[in-house]
Design a protein. Sequence first.
Length: 106
Amino acid sequence: MLRLLSLLLILLMVGCQSTQDADDVPDPEDVISSTGTVRYIDLEGGFYGIVADDSTRYLPNELDAAFQQDGLRVRFRAQVREGVVTMQMWGQPVRLLDVVALHADD
């Protein structure tokens, strides 16, 4: 009986892990790919957001310190975080997938 319960527990853990990994991969239609400018927003204690070239405002959940420079031009890919409420109430909350600083000649 103990072996059976142990086996069921292991199968349950493996099943949950597989589901979790599948959720980490965003659907292609949920991914934004754009260029924009990092901006420091002096509201609610201050935070960094990205204003895309089409003027859409994005609020990344985490922006690496290397990119926290007001006025920095970046190319980024992000997943929209639907149903997320933030203290900042500024821009569309996103999870950054990758971000690259652009140079003057890019």
